[in-house]
Design a protein around this ligand. Structure first.
Ligand code: FAD
Length: 496
């Protein structure tokens, strides 16, 4: 770029849930953000119904927990049932707590959550939200910044930004403009999704269920209070639009009507895909959320992955805007892509269990799986590999958030930024801007301090350095950790 003056630090394109969280995280860090979105209201059709404990930790960090909780409920167990109603797979969820410091799973009503995050944006001085405007074209882009033409209700104009976060969803016009391809993980199934408001849920199943019935594979999922979802797989010869006609919906719902009153609120037909973009960063443009990856919903993880992208990228953008080497941004895809690929692959595996209209295949599946049904907790996600000290105990894993009914939650007590947590035996280490040095036994309330000390002790090291996204940078000698961290956030040198 020839003219290096910017209208904002980051242009966020798309204000779906990922764009809204991206803008809020950057706004919280004091960055100037312009977020553009063509639609005035949040997406009206059925989408995410589940988030996990890590996402709850992100909502907590954004200060929106009280606003989102009314649109959620702790998720019940999740079952895959054979045609005869016997369990093929049973995921335990109810009553389990995650490392994020919240119950492992919540069922959610997505529009309520999106509105809560958008309200948070209103309170952030550095964030300007422009509804009615859309990304039109990339005029110029390189490592120095982007020039973008935007258009819409406010007329066409050019915006210059230091970075662009493309949170513009599965069809991503920004990804298209960059000519970035998609790796197709070979899953493409049509499903009709129907959300209903239910005054009394007591007649309906308590669990979330995949009915692996070759007559009509069907998902039944709770959302927020008094809201339930059904998903019906469509046959190749069924016309999706015709299936949305009220009489066809009634045929699908007939077996459920007897269980209680249900009022259909919204319906849609989707192709469920497994796709990953080949490149997540081109110069100053970064793909975030569904623009970078699309996950079939059988594990309820597409949005969770997008929000993990946002929290992974926000502190890195903040660091490079403060002068760190831009190479730090390359760790974004390096860390996030394998994580997403793992979850998409698992979701496709689960989808393949459900998605068949073939009676013989279903019978063979039932015979094989009923002989050895899977009972499992939530999947253990792989450790990140990228901007951390590889080889250190816990590096690349989330640092667990301790909670206590009287003392509260660890993240609230320690606040934003990176933490060097140690157990008192470390020699004095110099703090640096953005890094809080904490003797967990001395500086934390007793229960939280004991829990943090236990986690540190389990690494066998004297100290643990936790990144701002709450993933562990490394464990070991405190002074060495601080030096390596300072190196990373100034020169982007990834420690060996
Ligand atoms: C039926 C179904 C069930 C699902 N269930 C779950 C679940 O339980 N849990 C889970 O984690 N995930 C789930 N997902 C996935 C989840 O809904 C998505 O991953 C998530 O909504 C993606 O958010 P996003 O912000 O990246 O994209 P989107 O929500 O698609 O937002 C993109 C935004 O970009 C805007 N935009 C588009 N073009 C432009 C432009 N030119 N300029 C500016 N803005 C633009 C759009 O208007 C939109 O607001 C489900 C998906 C489906 C379809």
């Amino acid at each position: 770029m020839t003219d290096i003056s910017y209208d904002c630090d980051v242009l966020v394109v798309g204000l779906g849930p990922v764009g809204a969280v991206m803008a809020a995280l950057l706004g919280d860090l004091g960055r100037s953000v312009l977020a553009i979105e063509p639609q005035h209201e949040v997406y009206p059709l059925p989408r995410a119904a589940h988030v996990d404990h890590e996402v709850m930790r992100i909502f907590q960090a954004l200060g929106v927990i009280d606003a989102v909780l009314p649109h959620m409920r702790v998720a019940p167990d999740y079952e895959f049932l054979a045609s005869n109603g016997k369990p093929l797979i049973h995921f335990q969820r109810d009553g389990l707590n995650g490392t994020g410091g919240w119950p492992v799973s919540y069922n959610v009503y997505q529009p309520g959550i999106e509105r809560a995050v958008r309200t948070r944006l209103d309170a952030l001085d550095g964030v300007t939200v422009e509804l009615g405007s859309r990304f039109d074209a990339l005029v110029e882009h390189d490592d120095a910044g982007v020039v973008v033409r935007i258009d819409g209700e406010h007329g066409p104009r050019t915006v210059r930004a230091r970075y662009l976060a493309a949170c513009d969803g599965a069809r991503s016009p920004v990804r298209e403009a960059l000519g970035i391809g998609l790796d197709d993980l070979d899953f493409d199934e049509p499903w009709l999704v129907l959300d209903a408001w239910v005054p009394d849920e007591s007649g309906f199943p308590e669990s979330n269920i995949q009915f692996c019935d070759p007559e009509r594979p069907t998902s039944f999922v709770h959302m927020g209070p008094n809201r339930l979802r059904w998903e019906f797989m469509l046959r190749a010869d069924e016309d999706p639009q015709a299936m949305l006609h009220p009489e066809n919906l009634e045929t699908l719902l007939k077996p459920w009507r007897a269980k209680g009153e249900l009022n259909v609120e919204r319906t849609a037909v989707y192709q469920f895909h497994g796709l990953i973009a080949d490149q997540w960063r081109k110069g100053s443009v970064l793909l975030v959320g569904d623009s970078a990856h699309q996950t079939p919903p059988f594990l309820g993880q597409g949005l969770c992955s997008g929000l993990r992208d946002a929290v992974n990228l926000a502190w890195k953008l903040d660091a490079v805007l403060a002068g760190a080497d831009q190479a730090l941004l390359d760790s974004y895809m390096r860390e996030r892509e394998p994580h997403c690929r793992f979850l998409i692959t698992k979701a496709i595996e689960m989808g393949r269990v459900v998605c068949t209209f073939d009676r013989e295949r279903a019978a063979a599946r039932d015979a094989e799986m009923l002989a050895n049904p899977l009972v499992s907790g939530p999947f253990i996600l792989p450790a990140l590999v990228g901007a951390m000290r590889h080889g250190d105990a816990m590096a690349g894993l989330p640092f667990p958030q301790a909670t206590d009914p009287r003392e509260g939650r660890l993240d609230d007590v320690l606040g934003a930024g990176a933490w060097l947590l140690h157990t008192g035996q470390s020699e004095a280490v110099a703090a640096m801007p953005g890094l809080r040095v904490v003797d967990v036994r001395r500086d934390l309330p007793p229960a939280l301090g004991t829990a943090a000390a236990k986690t540190i002790a389990a690494t066998g090291a004297e100290a643990v350095l936790v990144r701002p996204d709450r993933y562990v940078f490394g464990s070991g000698n405190a002074a060495e950790l601080v030096r390596a961290w300072a190196d990373l956030v100034s020169t982007a040198k990834v420690p060996a």
